[in-house]
Design a protein around this ligand. Structure first.
Ligand code: OXD
Ligand code: MN
Length: 636
C-alpha cells in the first residue's frame, strides 16, 4: 500500500471529478470541468477499480491540474509532440522523418545509482549480510518509514499546474504468459512519448487488465526546477522500489533509466524479485538469433554492463560468410524453462534506448538503419541541416551545436554529444528484427554469454566447465566503468551478471536462485565468458570486434553441438588451435589474446575473494567458494 497520509480526503473525490482530458480537449469542456462539474472523467470511469484507485490516490497526492489516461493512439502521440515543441522540450529534426531532439538539464544525464533504493521490512532481503548497516556495492536499502518519509517530502502538490499522465503499459507482448503489466503515472510528456516507444502502451493494455487486475504501480514526477524545457530536481532525485507491494516511485529526474520505469526499475529490479518468486530469470541481457551456414538457427542471450556494446552485438552484421544475426532485444531478457526443459526468453521491451556515441555505419550499420525515423534523440549534437551527430559517427560536419545547445568548438576537446546521449527508437524498425521477437512463448536459448571491458588479462572467449562454474563466472564479472551511470574514470568495477545496479534483492540469494535452475530434465544453456576489449602493451585492441565477433559466435554455437575442438585451461575451455576461424583476419596475436598470465589471475582471484567477503559474506553460496578455490588451484 502506498501511504499517502497527507492527503485531504475530499481531494480524492475532486481529482476524479475534475480531472479531465488534457490533450485535445475543447476549451468549453475544460471550463466546465474546472468549475467542478460533477461528471466523472469518462477516462477514469473506464479504468479497473485498482487502477482507478491508484490514479485517484496519486492525483490526491500530486494535485495535478489535469489527468490524462493514455490510449496509445497516433493522435495522442501527435498531440504530445505538439505540446513538447510548444514547451521547448523537443525540437524537430527536419533532416529525418518524425525525429526529435531533447536536451536535458546538464545535471540530469544518467542513471543515479547512489539515489536508487530498494525497500523491504528486512535489510537482508535487499543487501547481503556482510554489509548490514553499511553502504553496499550491490544495491541500496531503505527502511519502510524512510521510504514513506522520502515520498512525503517530495510528492505532495508536485504536479500542480501540470497534467498527470496515466500510462498503462505491458512489458512483453500484450497477453503473453511471460509478460507483465504496469501503470506509470508521470507529469512528463517526454516520458509518455518515450514509454510509447519502449513499451506497449494504451487501451489494449487496459483491456488485458480487465482479465487480470494485477499490475506494478509506477509513480514518477520530474519535480520542480531544472532548465527551460527540462524540468527536474537533481538535488532531490530519488528512485524507490518496494517489491513486496509491486511499487516504484521516482522523483526528480527525466532521464531514461530513472524515469522510463518499465526498463530498469520494473523489468530488472522488480522483475528479478518476481522472477525469483515465480522461478524464472530477469536479466540484463540482449537476445539474438544466429543462423549458421547450414541454415541452423539458435538463440543466444548475453549479459554485458551498460555501454559495453550490447546493442552492437544484438544487431551485428557478421563478417563470417553464411552467417546471419537477427535481433530479439538489446538490453533485457526475461527467461523461463518451459515444460520441456527448454529455457525460453522474451524481450520485455518494445524499443531501443541505445547509447549513441560510437554508433556508425562501420560499427553498427543496422542501428544506423533503425534510428533515423520515429526517434527521440537525447543529448546528441545537432548539425546545421537539422540532423544529428555524435562522437564516433564519422567526420564532424561544420557548424555543430553541442548537446548543451552551444556552438561546438572541436579545438576545445569537450564532446559535442554527451557520452551517455541516446536514441530511443521502435524495435520493429530494425531491419534485422527477428521474426520471433514478439513470440508469446519466447525463443529457445542455447548459450549464455557474459562479458565486460577487460583491457588486460582476460581471454577472448572461455567456456564454463558446467553450470555452477558458469554461475561463478557471472558472480566474478568485472568491467571498466562507463558513462551510463554517474561513475567516472576507467576503474575496473565488479559487476556481477552486469546486474550490479539492477538487483532487486540480496545478491547471495540471486546466486542461489541461478544455481537452483539446474534441475533434472532441463537443457541448460552452455555459459561462456567473452572479452572483445583486450589490449596489447601499446594500448591497441588485440581483437577487431564488431562483425568479427561472429567468429566467436561460430565457435560458441559449434560447442553447443559438440562440433568444435576445445582445450582445457585453468579458466575453463578455450578454442583449440585452429578451432576459432580467423581466416582472412590478417595478423591476430592469438597467443596474447588467449594468454592467461599467472600473476594477473592470482590477483584477480584475490580481488574476487575480497569482494565476496566484503560484499556478500555468509550469504554467498558455498559453491562460489568451491569455484574460487578451483580457480586458484588451477592457476597456481
Ligand atoms: C541502459 C543502461 O540504459 O544499462 O541500458 O544504462
Ligand atoms: Mn542496460
Amino acid at each position: 500500500m502506498m501511504h499517502f497520509k497527507t492527503i485531504p480526503e475530499d481531494y480524492v473525490r475532486k481529482a476524479s471529478q475534475c480531472a479531465q482530458v488534457a490533450l485535445g480537449c475543447s476549451r468549453a469542456a475544460h471550463q466546465t470541468a474546472l468549475r467542478g462539474a460533477t461528471v466523472v472523467n469518462p477516462q477514469l470511469a473506464a479504468l479497473t477499480p485498482k487502477v482507478r484507485a491508484f490514479v485517484e490516490r496519486s492525483a490526491a497526492l500530486c494535485q495535478p491540474e489535469h489527468v490524462h489516461v493514455c490510449d496509445g493512439s497516433d493522435a495522442e502521440a501527435g498531440a504530445l509532440l505538439q505540446l513538447m515543441q510548444h514547451q521547448g522540450a523537443l525540437k524537430r529534426l527536419p533532416k529525418y522523418d518524425n525525429c526529435w531532439l531533447a536536451r536535458t538539464d546538464p545535471a540530469d544525464v544518467a542513471r543515479v545509482e547512489s539515489r536508487t533504493f530498494i525497500c523491504s521490512e528486512q535489510e537482508r532481503d535487499v543487501v547481503p549480510v556482510a554489509r548490514a548497516g553499511q553502504k553496499s556495492a550491490l544495491g541500496n536499502y531503505i527502511a519502510p518509514p524512510d521510504y514513506d518519509r522520502e515520498v512525503a517530502e517530495r510528492f505532495p502538490g508536485c504536479m500542480r499546474g501540470r497534467t498527470m499522465y496515466v500510462i498503462p503499459f505491458s512489458m512483453g507482448p500484450v497477453g503473453s504468459p511471460l509478460s507483465k503489466i504496469g501503470v506509470e503515472i508521470t507529469d512528463s510528456p517526454y516520458v509518455v512519448y518515450s514509454m510509447r516507444v519502449m513499451t506497449r502502451i494504451g487501451s489494449k493494455v487496459l483491456e488485458a487488465l480487465r482479465k487480470d487486475e494485477s499490475f506494478v504501480r509506477c509513480l514518477h514526477s520530474v519535480g520542480t526546477g531544472g532548465v527551460q524545457g527540462w524540468p527536474c530536481d537533481p538535488q532531490r532525485t530519488i528512485i524507490l522500489h518496494r517489491p513486496a507491494d509491486n511499487e516504484i516511485v521516482s522523483y526528480g529526474s527525466g532521464y531514461g533509466g530513472n524515469s522510463l520505469l518499465g526498463k530498469k526499475c520494473f523489468a530488472l529490479r522488480l522483475g528479478s524479485v518476481l522472477a525469483r518468486r515465480e522461478g524464472w530469470l530477469a536479466e540484463h541481457m540482449l537476445i539474438v538469433g544466429v543462423t549458421d551456414p547450414k541454415g541452423r538457427k539458435r538463440y543466444i542471450a548475453a549479459a554485458f554492463p551498460s555501454a559495453c556494446g550490447k546493442t552492437n552485438l544484438a544487431m551485428m552484421t557478421p563478417t563470417l560468410p553464411g552467417y546471419k544475426v537477427e535481433c530479439v532485444g538489446d538490453d533485457i531478457a526475461w527467461m523461463k524453462f518451459d515444460e520441456n526443459g527448454v529455457l525460453r526468453a522474451i524481450n520485455p521491451e518494445n524499443g531501443f534506448f541505445g547509447v549513441a556515441p560510437g554508433t556508425s555505419e562501420a560499427t553498427n550499420p543496422m542501428a544506423m538503419a533503425t534510428v533515423f525515423k520515429n526517434t527521440v534523440f537525447t543529448n546528441v549534437a545537432e548539425t546545421s541541416d537539422g540532423g544529428v551527430w555524435w562522437e564516433g559517427m564519422g567526420k564532424a560536419p561544420e557548424g555543430i551545436t553541442d548537446w548543451k545547445g552551444q556552438p561546438w568548438d572541436p579545438s576545445k576537446k569537450t564532446p559535442a554529444a554527451h557520452p551517455n546521449s541516446r536514441f530511443c527508437s521502435p524495435a520493429e524498425q530494425c531491419p534485422i528484427i527477428d521474426e520471433n521477437w514478439e513470440s508469446a512463448e519466447g525463443v529457445p536459448i542455447s548459450a549464455i554469454l557474459l562479458g565486460g571491458r577487460r583491457p588486460s588479462g582476460v581471454p577472448l572467449v572461455v567456456e564454463a566447465r558446467d553450470w555452477q562454474h558458469g554461475v561463478f563466472m557471472g558472480a566474478a564479472m568485472r568491467s571498466e566503468a562507463t558513462a551510463a551511470a554517474e561513475h567516472s574514470g576507467k576503474v575496473i568495477m565488479h559487476d556481477p551478471f552486469a546486474m550490479r545496479p539492477f538487483f532487486g534483492y540480496n545478491f547471495g540469494e540471486y546466486l542461489k536462485h541461478w544455481l537452483s535452475m539446474q534441475k533434472p530434465g532441463r537443457q541448460l544453456p552452455k555459459i561462456f565468458h567473452v572479452n572483445w576489449f583486450r589490449k596489447d602493451e601499446q594500448g591497441k585492441f588485440l581483437w577487431p570486434g564488431f562483425g568479427e565477433n561472429s567468429r566467436v559466435l561460430d565457435w560458441v554455437l559449434k560447442r553447443c553441438e559438440n562440433e568444435s575442438a576445445y582445450t582445457e585451461t585453468p579458466l575453463g575451455y578455450v578454442p583449440s588451435e585452429g578451432a576459432l576461424n580467423t581466416e582472412g583476419l590478417g595478423d591476430i596475436d592469438m597467443k596474447q589474446l588467449f594468454s592467461i598470465p599467472k600473476d594477473f589471475w592470482l590477483q584477480e582471484a584475490d580481488a574476487i575473494e575480497k569482494y565476496f567477503k566484503q560484499e556478500v559474506g555468509e550469504d554467498l553460496p558455498k559453491e562460489m567458494w568451491e569455484e574460487l578455490n578451483k580457480l586458484r588451484k588451477n592457476v597456481h
